[in-house]
Design a protein around this ligand. Structure first.
Ligand code: NAP
Length: 479
């Protein structure tokens, strides 16, 4: 991969948008335009759909071992190109190079994991309770899928969906976020090189998401939507899927509580907070949004966290030694500024950060707010930036009630040295995932996903492939 790919990928060919439209891709560290990519419209969506539908039957018949080998090769190519892919991702998204390299490894691992799952798709047979009927059970690909991804993990959100879809034998249309199309196009190039047949994966980059996706979801030929993004957009897409009863997987927003008890090891808790808050500059669905710290340790925890946050180097992700890159765009930064201003107006104390720096780029400093009012807007809004908001609590029942008092339920973090309490509180949290004395839960081998308005279904783990498979049961009476 030497050239940067910038066209649509349809039926195995690189093509311009039918109406010739293009859209710019910006570098959030400088505001400069990196280049232009094709801007697909409804006609391109129809062509991609046709390619996916035409390729489906033969792809479903392909030997699982062959599908597995393609994923395995793609995993290896991604790792060989770690540096190139990391630089591409940093240029369009902003995360520091070290984090981008970490994401490349994380993204590649989904392909390795699902290359192993492709050959373990189970079925079954048995005798039914009447003793006469036999049951043959097989699992089949759900059919052509639409995959919609966000900008915050441009490579990994793609491989987390493409990996299981390839393993299951589904064809796909991928619509990446318009801020970060280059990583997805590079991924398509790698899969082609790894031997993925034409039409199995189609990539439509677009600034006209509704025009491209709605006809696909309402048209009756796409059988599955796998979406990662905000809860608001997820809700809209669920409604569009209802008419033709499209199967859905929804990885939506979060509002993660981070709970520190008085018996926690504060070194471990602060390390955990740095990861849970600062991974991806806080632009992660798993980012700790509300820090509930026991009153007796809140001051000490706030002081130590502010010291660590204040020592982070902010700057362009390509510069050596930078820990915190720019936020994705000016709108993302403006939202963070408004949330901090609102919290301060309601009495929060700024322990570190809180002021937007002068100059180009969408930078915002690591910020710690103490004594945050529960009425603050950031308590029920995803901050999506490097801001830790600390509140205090007095007892276990109270903190559990407050942590669960939200429509979201993606992830929660619990810090305590008591195993009993750790498990009790983890089980009491209304979330799909818990980090118990750790700030990192994401792992391709574990089922990722949320409850309540954080989503439907799971990605990764043994169950990740299930989202792309249907059961078929054949009844056979024995006379
Ligand atoms: P977003 O605004 O919901 O966009 C996500 C994707 O949906 C983008 O590709 C976007 O394209 C597309 N989209 C928006 N409106 C659409 C429509 N009407 N039809 C079809 N597609 C449409 O979210 P974001 O700002 O990119 O990402 C941040 C959100 O993602 C946060 O809420 C975060 O928590 C969530 N997230 C969740 C997970 C998880 O696994 N649970 C992981 C990562 C991120 P356009 O931008 O062109 O509209």
């Amino acid at each position: 991969m030497t050239e940067v790919l910038n066209q649509l990928f349809i039926g195995g060919a690189w093509v311009d948008a039918a109406d010739g439209a293009t859209m710019p891709v910006d570098d959030p560290a400088t505001g400069e335009i990196l280049g232009h990519v094709a801007d697909a419209g409804a006609k391109d969506a129809r062509l991609a759909e046709e390619a996916a539908v035409q390729a489906q039957a033969e792809w479903a018949r392909t030997a699982p071992r062959a599908r597995s080998e393609i994923l395995r090769r793609a995993h290896e190519i991604i790792l060989e190109r770690t540096d190139e892919l990391a630089r591409l991702m940093t240029s369009e998204m902003g995360k520091p190079l070290a984090e981008a390299r970490g994401e490349v490894a994380y993204a590649a691992e989904f392909f390795r994991w699902f290359s192993e799952e492709a050959v373990r798709i189970d079925g079954g047979c048995g005798t039914l309770p009447d003793g006469r009927n036999r049951m043959f059970l097989s699992r089949r690909p759900v059919g052509p899928c639409l995959l919609i991804t966000p900008w915050n993990f441009p490579l990994a959100m793609g491989t987390r969906k493409i990996g299981p879809a390839v393993a299951a034998g589904c064809t796909m249309i991928l619509k990446p976020a318009p801020q970060t199309p280059l990583s997805s196009l590079a991924l398509a190039g790698i899969l082609k090189e790894a031997g993925l047949p034409d039409g199995v994966l189609n990539v439509v980059t677009t600034s006209r998401a509704g025009e491209v996706c709605e006809p696909l979801l309402r048209g009756g030929r796409i059988r599955k939507l796998s979406f990662t993004g905000s809860t608001a957009v997820g809700r809209l897409l669920l409604a569009q899927c209802a008419d033709t009863v499209v199967r859905t997987s929804m990885e939506l927003g979060g509002n993660a509580p981070f709970i520190v008890f008085d018996d926690a090891d504060l070194d471990v808790a602060v390390d955990g907070a740095m990861v849970a808050k600062m991974r991806n500059m806080g632009e992660a669905c798993t980012a700790a949004n509300r820090f509930f710290v026991h009153r007796s340790v809140a001051e000490e925890f706030g002081r130590r966290l502010a010291e660590r946050m204040g020592a982070l180097e902010v700057g362009p992700g390509t510069r050596d030694g930078v820990d915190v890159g720019p936020l994705i765009d000016t709108a993302g930064r403006a939202k963070v500024e408004e949330l901090v201003a609102d919290a301060v107006e309601r009495g929060a104390e700024v322990l570190v950060g809180g002021r937007t720096p002068e100059g180009p780029g969408c930078f915002y400093p690591p910020t710690v707010l103490a004594a945050v009012s529960p009425e603050s807007r950031l308590m029920d809004t995803e901050i999506f930036g490097p801001v830790a908001a600390i509140l205090t609590f007095d007892d276990e029942d109270e903190v559990l009630r407050r942590a669960n008092d939200t429509p979201w339920g993606l992830v929660g973090y619990v810090f305590t040295e008591g195993l009993d309490r750790g498990l009790r509180v983890s089980e009491g949290l209304e979330v799909g995932m818990v980090g118990l004395n750790t700030g990192l839960v994401s792992n391709p081998a574990a089922p990722f996903g949320g409850v309540k308005q954080s989503g439907l279904g799971r990605e990764g783990g043994r169950v990740g492939i299930d989202e792309f498979l249907e059961y078929q049961y054949i009844a056979v009476p024995v006379r």
